[in-house]
Design a protein around this ligand. Structure first.
Ligand SMILES: O=C(O)CCC(=O)C(=O)O
Ligand SMILES: [Fe+2]
Length: 517
């Protein structure tokens, strides 16, 4: 059954179809009161194609039409209690108009990033939650989305309006190198990872935390963290039963209908929390990752109204695994710290990461890569007219200090770059990080690469599409990632040229750098 938000959003998506039928651009919006009653509706009023390029009235976006309507016909006191539903994430102009209308709650269908996969770049967009948090508005704005994005995108796709538009990136073959360049330039601007890796091709070592002295273990961790930036960890002490329980809860959660999952755990991008379905578009690919994910951020209040209720033990098993991951990540940071961050008082890194506090940023992410048949996999990996192909997860670096990733044996696909230092001149080569029985794949993220002034390496990684054998029969891939991210208020101070920055601002600046690209 659809929630109230979903049925009102569906009404907005229906409006976007009406826009298409009227020969206008495919966008629609409605206003609903707290009972879910629709008070007003509107759709885009610019004639498609003919008026593009500035010939028509470019202010006739669906949300603008709606705001214009409601601000003269509905009292402010009522508007303040309403939600504005829009088929696609509002642009900067519309976000401003919505603020002025007195409405404080927005639910949108497709995100601007998702639309870009059809329309190419060119919209005037900043993710709405980010935009509102950057502004000096006197009242908070709540933004929910993407929701029912497949329905909203279907109208865009079938409208035919975006055919022939330039894709976000014209040539995927250079993507890996472009991403390395981005990471390097981000580092010089004080954000991102350093080129700490040495020359050569690397595979991913297996490190046993139960073998040898702390000094010996620290040496092995250092070697992996300064070259390839990845290692598989065994002998780590997290009970297999806790890992299995989390995978079981994840599979039960994902076995439900998409609308049920969305209703149980609405996604809030600014909070980096909740359930999303195929909405993550990596800058390196311009196409949506073929996956769904459930993000759990361990900060006071964030998960209120977002904990899945089915299965009943979802919260308990997630918290149990996260608390084990948290301890393990802190142990690894204690072992790496003396050489990685010689300027820091011992224990600074581990003290910076806390679960459940008011400014915590650690996150557990349950991932489900959806099954597909061999024909679909082939189609999605064949470049389209614009050279775009799909990935289960496109190449990226993580923004955190350390990622602990649990995989299932028999569900391979994760790869990292094997020649990070030489990739720009030699071209990128990739090496698998196959699941190890009882093991955890660990990688250094950008936050720790920066904190260590580039001594540790945050490497690009991706999840490839399934092979024909993995599609026979079509099968899911499940993984669980724990992202150790320092608390928002912690100051990241390095012994190099990097300006001190709080971990909260750091994450925000990464977001900004990414959409500035
Ligand atoms: O699922 C995986 O194997 C990798 C996931 C990942 O890299 C991420 O979510 O950042
Ligand atoms: Fe990642």
């Amino acid at each position: 059954m659809m929630s109230t938000d979903e049925s009102s959003l569906q009404a907005a998506i229906n409006e976007s179809q009406k826009a298409v039928d009227a020969g206008c651009m495919p966008f629609g919006a409605v206003l609903a009161n707290s009972k879910g009653e629709i008070l007003a509706e509107a759709h885009n009023g610019s004639k498609a194609k003919k008026e593009r390029g500035g010939a028509g009235d470019v202010t006739k976006h669906a949300e603008m039409e709606l705001v214009r309507k409601i601000s003269t016909t509905i009292d402010l006191d009522i508007r303040k209690t309403c939600t504005l539903y829009t088929s696609t994430e509002p642009c900067v102009m519309c976000a401003g108009a919505i603020y002025w209308s007195g409405v404080s709650r927005i639910v949108y269908g497709a995100s601007a990033k998702q639309l870009e996969t059809l329309s190419g770049p060119g919209g005037f967009d900043i993710p709405v939650e980010t935009l509102y948090s950057m502004g000096n508005g006197i009242r908070p704005m709540e933004c929910i989305g993407p929701l029912l994005s497949e329905h909203a995108m279907k109208v865009h796709r079938e409208s035919g309006i975006w055919k022939g538009c330039p894709p976000p990136s014209a040539d995927n073959s250079f993507q890996a190198n472009a991403d390395i360049e981005t990471e390097r330039s981000l580092f010089t601007s004080g954000i991102g990872s350093a080129a700490a890796a040495k020359s050569g091709d690397y595979s991913v070592p297996v490190i046993d935390l139960s073998q040898g002295s702390d000094d010996e273990i620290a040496e092995r961790l250092w070697n992996a963290a300064t070259t390839v930036g990845f290692f598989s960890l065994v002998g780590h002490g997290i009970p297999q039963s806790d890992i299995d329980a989390a995978f079981e809860a994840s599979a039960t959660f994902y076995s439900q209908e998409q609308a049920e999952k969305e209703a149980m755990s609405p996604f809030a991008r600014q909070l980096n929390s909740g359930y999303e379905y195929m909405s993550q578009v990596r800058p390196s690919t311009g196409t949506a990752d073929q996956k769904e994910s459930m993000q759990i951020t361990f900060r006071e209040g964030v998960m209120d109204g977002r904990w899945p209720t089915t299965p009943g033990d979802f919260r308990e098993v997630s918290e149990r695994l996260a608390s084990q991951c948290h301890k393990l990540a802190n142990r690894l940071m204690d072992l790496l710290e003396p050489r990685a961050c010689p300027n820091l008082k011992p224990g600074t890194l581990s003290k910076a990461h806390n679960l459940g506090v008011s400014d915590g940023q650690c996150t557990l992410r349950m991932l489900h890569y959806t099954p597909m048949d061999a024909e679909t996999a082939k189609q999605l990996t064949t470049p389209d007219d614009n050279g775009r192909i799909y990935w289960r997860a496109g190449a990226h670096t993580d923004w955190d200090c350390l990622t602990l990733l649990f995989q299932r044996v028999g569900q391979a696909g994760l790869e990292c770059m094997s020649n990070p230092q030489d990739a720009t001149k030699d071209g990128a080569r990739w090496t698998p990080i196959d699941p190890v029985e009882g093991g955890i794949a660990v990688n250094i993220g950008d936050m720790l690469a920066r904190w260590s002034n580039g001594r540790l390496y945050s490497n690009l990684h991706r999840v490839r599409m399934p092979t024909p054998a993995e599609c026979t029969p079509p099968s899911s891939r499940y993984s669980i990632a724990f992202f150790a991210q320092a608390d928002k208020s912690v100051l990241i101070e390095t012994d190099g040229a990097q300006e001190p920055i709080t971990a909260g601002d750091y994450i925000l600046s990464r977001i900004k750098s990414n959409f500035a690209k």
